[in-house]
Ligand binder design. Sequence first.
Ligand code: NAG
Ligand code: CA
Length: 223
Amino acid sequence: MDKLLLWVSLLITLTGAFAQTDLSGQVFVFPRESSRDHVSLITHLDEPLENFTLCLRAYSDLSRPYSLFSYSTKDKDNELLIFKGRTGVYHLYIGQTEARFNVLEDFPVPVHICASWESASGIAQLWVNGKPAVKKGLKKGYSVGASPKIILGQEQDSYGGGFSKKQSFVGEIGDLYMWDSILSREEIHSTYNGVPTTPSILNWENLNYEINGYVIIKPMDWK
Ligand SMILES: *[C@@H]1O[C@H](CO)[C@@H](O)[C@H](O)[C@H]1NC(C)=O
Ligand SMILES: [Ca+2]
C-alpha cells in the first residue's frame, strides 16, 4: 500500500472510532422546521428483525403530526416508523402497515416512549411514560428488513430521503435505545426511570450518528 492510501485508511478508521459518542444527559435539538435537517443513525443491522423494542425521550410543542423515528429499507419507506398524530395518538408502522394507539396525555410535556413488536404473535405494544397503551396486532409472521436507513428529524418516503417539512420533527430527542428483543415491563420501567441495563443495538451511550443541517447537541434539561 502506498503512503497516501495508508493515511487515508488510517483517517477513515480514526473518524469511525470517534463517531461512537456517549450522549448521556444530552439531546439532539431540532430547533426549526425544515425539510432537510436530520440525524442519521448508523448501525450494523445485517439480519431482519423478528422482535424489537425501541425507546426514546422526546419533547416537542408541535401540535401537527410528526415523525419520531423513521426506519426505511430499499423496498419500504415505512418499514418501522413511529409517528405522532394529534395529541393522544401514536402510530406504529411495520412493513407499511399501521397500528394506532390512543393514550391519555397532556400537551406539551416531555414523553418517554417505548414501542415493541413481536413477529410470532404480531403483537405491538406502546408505553408512554411507563404506562402501557392497549396492545394491537399487525404483520404477524413478518420480519423487519435489514440494512435500514434510520433517520431522526424527518420522515422518509424513500430510502434515506423523500422528506417533507410538514412531517418534520421540531424539538428535542434523547435517550434512544433499540433492542432486538421484547423488553419486559420491569425493563421498560427501569429504562423510563433511568438508563437501561440490557445491551442494545442502538445505544445512546455509544451512538454512531451523522448530523445533517441545523441540529445541535445540548443538555437534556427536562428529565
Ligand atoms: C423472537 O421472540 C420469540 C418469542 O416471542 C422467540 O421465540 C424468537 O426466538 C425470537 N427471535 C429472535 C431472532 O430472537
Ligand atoms: Ca414515509
